[in-house]
Design a protein around this ligand. Structure first.
Ligand code: NAI
Length: 255
């Protein structure tokens, strides 16, 4: 039986992916702050190490899949928290679990990015440079100094996408596939909180994808499960937008 770790398994997109993998007969090890097989706080280095250790024990050191969904939106308590969870909560899980994945069967990793990662100027942000240099303390300081949670969110999603594309080159020869799924607006508690926020609510409500509606979590999970499956055996190092056309609308000449 295939064994897949899903972070953020208690809610939204992660819960939908967990349910679909279980329905397909896989074993799922869910990680979240609550209501999960492994309860861990991915915001801290200690919490991430505890999560990796618990996974290694639960899977006996051999893993077939990893899907990193756990993330915070721009309404999170601080920009530094967004950086820690959205970037280091994914990159350190990939790094920590890569040896177990190498021992797995047709192993595949999927990171949930965002269409927000394509916002212009993300590559110039000091916090992004610090994330990509694996400097968590520096990235947290830069993020809080900028005091723009929306930029911390988009910057963390841009940085984790760059991390993934570089990591794919390293993991390919080890037989591990790695991709990024970039959703548009998905009906989850994260989107509810953003829509209700006095700072961002109106812009989010007015930004409608060309397809004319937001996604259900299952529509994201459908693509995530395909990317993790043997049917996607040659899909590696890529970013798949599942966004109802948002990326096409905002930057038709870039692909
Ligand atoms: P959600 O809020 O429904 O689920 C996120 C899950 O992550 C929750 O169960 C939460 O407890 C967990 N989590 C947060 N911080 C954690 C921590 N420190 N340690 C362990 N677990 C933690 O949100 P949703 O929408 O399902 O988000 C999943 C991913 O999809 C996130 O990475 C988000 O950035 C991304 N995304 C969501 C979009 C949307 O419109 N909902 C759009 C684009 C990307």
């Amino acid at each position: 039986m295939s064994v897949t770790v899903v972070t953020g398994s208690a809610s939204g997109i992660g819960a939908a992916i967990r349910d679909q993998l279980l329905a397909a007969g896989q074993r799922v090890i869910g990680i979240d702050r609550q209501n999960a097989d492994i309860v861990a706080d991915l915001a801290s280095a200690e919490g991430r190490k505890a999560a990796v250790d618990a996974v290694l024990e639960a899977c006996g050191g051999k893993l077939d899949g990893l899907v990193c969904c756990a993330g915070l939106g721009p309404t999170a308590p601080s920009s530094s928290l967004i950086v820690s969870v959205n970037y280091f909560g994914m990159s350190e899980l990939v790094d920590g679990l890569a040896p177990a994945l190498e021992r797995g069967t047709k192993p595949a990793v999927l990171l949930i990015g965002s269409v927000a990662s394509v916002h212009q100027g993300m590559d110039k942000l000091p916090m992004v440079g610090a994330m990509l240099a694996n400097d968590e303390a520096g990235a947290r300081t830069q993020a809080d100094a900028m005091a723009m949670p929306q930029a911390a969110y988009a910057g963390s999603k841009y940085a984790i996408t760059v991390y993934a594309r570089k990591k794919a080159v390293e993991l390919g020869p080890k037989g591990i596939r790695l991709n990024v799924l970039a959703p548009g607006a998905v009906e989850t508690p994260l989107l509810d909180a953003s829509r209700a926020d006095a700072r961002y609510g109106e812009a989010i409500r007015n930004f409608v994808a060309p397809i004319g509606r937001n996604s259900a979590p299952d529509e994201i999970a459908n693509v995530a499960c395909f990317l993790q499956s043997a049917q996607a055996s040659f899909v590696h190092g890529t970013v798949v937008f599942v966004d109802g056309g948002m990326d096409a609308m905002t930057r038709p000449e870039r692909f």
